[in-house]
Design a protein around this ligand. Sequence first.
Ligand code: NAD
Length: 259
Amino acid sequence: MDHGTLIRSVARWIADARQVVALTGAGVSTASGIPDFRGPQGLWTTQPEKERLFSLDAYLADPDVRRQVWQLRLENPAFTAGPNEAHRALADLERRGRLHTLVTQNIDGLHQAGGSSPERVIEIHGTIHEVECLSCGRRVPAGPVLQQVRDGDPDPACPECGGLQKTATVSFGQALDPSLLQRAHDATMGCDLMLAVGSSLIVHPVALLPRTALETGARLVIVNAEETPYDDRADAVLRGDAGELLRAIVDHLDALQQA
Ligand code: NAD
């Protein structure tokens, strides 16, 4: 099937669906200037030594890792980036009553900035906009803590209990928030269409959500620049830029509603 026909079919499926759940990954934010991990320009593709900085064990054990991570956080483009067409198209789907839940692996907050309702967005890997104490759980906005780093404290301790602090993002080896995982699972169990966008679909346990959707009989639509392990089982695979493809889907949806 050619792209145009596929896009029209996907728009029709979305129009007819009872409950659509979107699952997004770093690929929805690359057009905002935030590199993904595993794409051709990905952080780990270009600088594989950086992968170690994302492990909880290394963060807990090694003050030098923590210092490097805080410095990386200072430079993170998520603090200055704005939403792109992919974020806006997903917000448009919600406005048209066609998106029930948006599960995102992204930590950049750009879905909410692009117009998605915070209560519909599940940030399953946390957010870079907050900092959490790994001992007492105190959570605060990231800005003032990052300012401490800028002012010369390379690894700021929790002012309440002296514990180690980290951005409220899920590192490798760190458990996901069980209540968020449950919400994502429940939304997936209830969906009849899952739209997986800009994700390599290999980071677990999130990568199990498309399998759950398929097992409950839902359609799976994949929008991604590269292959994913689910391509063979998907009802449609749209290969290309997430923003362009999602906008085309929303445009077709609008045309269907007007017809
Ligand atoms: P990933 O790096 O594993 O995969 C991203 C996928 O998006 C790749 O397959 C790539 O081909 C595709 N892609 C890149 N640009 C695209 C575009 N414009 N249109 C369509 N597809 C595009 O990312 P992931 O699956 O999200 O998993 C990696 C982990 O990285 C997640 O845990 C996530 O939390 C974290 N991460 C988040 C951000 C962010 O918040 N923006 C950035 C980097 C990594």
